[in-house]
Design a protein around this ligand. Structure first.
Ligand code: PLP
Length: 405
């Protein structure tokens, strides 16, 4: 019999956050080892609870949620999202501009499938949340990675962006606040990105799924609030701000220069209808989530659980010789750098695998985020302080031996 091969469309598509090292960790757990996992931004296993009122709303509405709903999503949920866009000062968003999906992930793939033809290019940050690179590639496009500069707190390098724009460039992706770096972009920088998009007629895709996970009193500006003559697609959802990743509820909002995008919008609407609708029970939680008391604020306040864990992880990591790190202003990750002289790593996936085998700590290597050099890794700071201390202690132990090799 002929071997069954995967489609050639998948040839260059990678998503290493759940890649081979994670598969090895699962195997080790099945063999009885306890692994400390600092690899996935999934809050539930670390004891972060979905706000009770959201849970109760979903439970209460479950009996009404067994049918399909409108492809774009439940009216009440989209109305609440519309109000949220008004709070974020994004102008002129109507109910029709909002699409609810099974998490932002589904919508990222849909947005790229609806846009790209073979040869089209999209500017994607480097490092990135790798679904963006994968979704562009799967849709037949070419991701062009622009540099986020560690020296300037991981802000996008505007000159690099300008230099990478060509006749086939269609769009620019921003992840703000950023995964994996934790950077939060200042409004002046966002204005410059808008200006670049305006000059070159690029669409701006802004992934803002961490827009409430902000430390030290920082505030977030939605880039879509800065102009109405550029097409913006803004993404957000329940997974991070509301610790409800398993509900699979996210949304996409089209705003700005919509009149020249009617055909694309028609494509998005068709793609949304092809998957009928997104998970209905979870949509019942959206209105409650977006209104009133925002419990995430307690977690990110000074002394709040996430702030404490960020500070601890940052301190412990940067105490290790040859490890430096930009302190995150948002999200739930650190992206430390290893001094290349002290740690001459040839293959960062191998490095992460060795750490797993020797110390039973699971991380994701920098190359998993399309970072080009084998000198970074991502740490999720969701575990409690005891587990974080133990995990980073083990990382320090591993690195000490690595230096002496
Ligand atoms: N975008 C970013 C930047 C993320 O970090 C993640 C998940 O980690 C997602 C999107 C996916 O979110 P969702 O759970 O809504 O699919």
């Amino acid at each position: 019999m002929q071997p069954v091969l995967k489609s050639s469309k998948l040839a260059n598509v990678c998503y290493d956050i759940r890649g081979p090292v994670m598969a090895r960790a699962r195997q080790m757990e099945e063999d009885g080892h306890r692994i400390i996992k600092l690899n996935i931004g999934n809050t539930a296993p670390f004891g972060f609870e979905v706000p009770e009122e959201i849970l109760q709303d979903v439970i209460h509405n479950l009996p009404n949620a067994s049918g399909y709903c409108e492809s774009k999503g439940l009216f009440a949920a989209r109305k609440a999202i519309m109000h949220y866009t008004q709070e974020k000062k994004i102008a002129d968003v109507t109910m029709e501009d909002i699409y609810i999906g099974n998490g932002v992930s589904e919508l990222i793939v849909m947005a790229m499938q609806g846009l790209l033809n073979t040869g089209d290019e999209v500017l994607v940050p480097m490092p990135d949340y790798p679904l963006w690179t994968a979704a562009v590639t799967l849709a037949g496009g070419t991701p062009h990675h622009y540099i986020c500069d560690e020296q300037s707190g991981w802000l996008p390098d505007l000159n690099d962006i300008r230099g990478k724009i060509g006749p086939n460039t269609r769009a620019i992706v921003l992840i703000n606040p950023n995964n994996p770096t934790g950077a939060l972009y200042p409004v002046e920088l966002l204005r410059e990105v808008v200006e670049i998009a305006r000059q070159h007629q690029l669409i701006i895709y802004s992934d803002e799924i961490y827009d409430k996970v902000l430390y030290d009193g920082a505030t977030h500006t939605s880039i879509a609030s800065l102009a109405d003559d550029v097409l913006f697609i803004t993404f957000n959802g329940l997974s991070k701000n509301y610790r409800a990743a398993g509900y699979r509820a996210g949304w996409l909002v089209v705003s700005g220069e919509k009149k020249h995008a009617r055909d694309y919008i028609e494509g998005l609407t068709m793609l949304a209808s092809m998957r009928l609708c997104s998970n209905v029970p979870a949509q019942y939680g959206i209105q409650t989530a977006l209104g009133g008391y925002q419990s995430i604020n307690d977690l990110v306040a000074p002394g709040g659980r996430l702030t404490k864990q960020r500070d601890l992880a940052y301190q412990l990591l940067t105490d290790i010789p040859g490890v430096t790190c930009v302190k995150p202003q948002g999200a739930m990750y650190l992206f430390p750098r290893l001094d290349a002289k002290m740690y001459p790593i040839a293959d960062d996936q191998e490095f992460i695998l060795e750490l797993l085998l020797e110390e039973k700590v699971l991380l994701v290597q920098g190359s998993g985020f399309n970072w080009p050099n084998p000198d970074h890794f991502r740490v999720v700071f969701l575990p409690n302080v005891d587990d974080l201390t133990e995990a980073i202690g083990r990382i320090a132990h591993f690195l000490e031996h690595y230096r002496k090799r």
